[in-house]
Design a protein around this ligand. Structure first.
Ligand code: NI
Length: 190
C-alpha cells in the first residue's frame, strides 16, 4: 500500500469526467481503493475520489460517521466507510440546504454549498455487490461532493454565494460566517 499524491485545484486531473470501470472486482481496483483509503486516512479526510489521486475512473470512498455508532447504524444520515464503483444517484426531494464543506484538493478553504437533502444512490463494491441506499443530511452531502469529483466538479463550482468561501484559519479565529447575513463586520464608529 502507498500514500498517493493528492491533486489540488488547478490540476487538470480534477476537471475531467471519469470513465466507467469495466470490472469493479478487478485486483487493480482493489489496490487503488486500498491506496485511496490509506491516503484519505493520512490526510484526515472523510472522502476521496479517484481523480483526486490522478486516476480517471469512477471510484470513490467516503464515510459519514458522527456521534454514537448505535445511532449511526440506523440513520440515513450516517454511513460506514463505503467504497463505490460506477455510482449513480437521484434526488428524492427538491429540497436543498447550505452546509459547510472542505476538500483535500482545495486545502485551507471551506465553503457553504447547496446540496440535495434527500437522495438515493447505488454503486458496486469491490466484491461486486450492488449497494443501494437512501441518504440524508451529511451522508447525502458527502456522497454528492465525492460524486461531483467523478464529473470533474469541485465544490466551489457549486457555490451560489462566494462570500461564503473562507480560509479555515480565519474560521478558527472568527468562527463560521452566519449563513444569510449580509454584513458580518461590527458597526464602524467614527
Ligand atoms: Ni473533495
Amino acid at each position: 500500500m502507498s500514500i498517493l499524491k493528492i491533486a489540488r485545484m488547478g490540476d487538470p486531473a480534477l476537471s475531467c469526467r471519469s470513465e466507467l470501470v469495466a470490472d469493479p472486482t478487478s485486483s487493480e481496483i482493489r489496490r487503488l481503493l486500498f491506496d485511496m483509503h490509506e491516503t484519505m486516512v493520512d490526510a484526515d479526510g472523510t472522502g476521496l475520489a479517484a481523480p483526486q489521486v490522478h486516476d480517471p475512473r469512477r471510484v470513490m470512498l467516503f464515510m459519514a460517521e458522527r456521534g454514537e455508532s448505535e445511532i449511526a447504524a440506523q440513520s440515513s444520515e450516517f454511513a460506514p466507510l463505503t467504497a463505490l464503483i460506477n455510482p449513480t444517484w437521484q434526488s428524492l426531494s427538491d429540497d436543498t440546504e447550505l452546509g459547510w464543506e472542505g476538500c483535500l484538493s482545495v486545502p485551507g478553504l471551506t465553503g457553504a454549498v447547496p446540496r440535495h437533502t434527500h437522495i438515493q444512490y447505488q454503486g458496486f463494491t469491490p466484491d461486486g455487490e450492488l449497494i443501494k441506499r437512501e441518504a440524508t443530511g451529511f451522508h447525502a452531502r458527502v456522497f454528492q461532493h465525492e460524486y461531483d469529483h467523478l464529473d470533474g466538479i469541485l465544490y466551489p463550482q457549486r457555490m451560489t454565494d462566494l462570500s461564503l468561501l473562507v480560509f479555515t484559519e480565519e474560521v478558527r479565529r472568527h468562527g463560521l460566517p452566519l449563513l444569510g447575513s449580509e454584513c458580518r463586520v461590527g458597526a464602524i464608529e467614527d
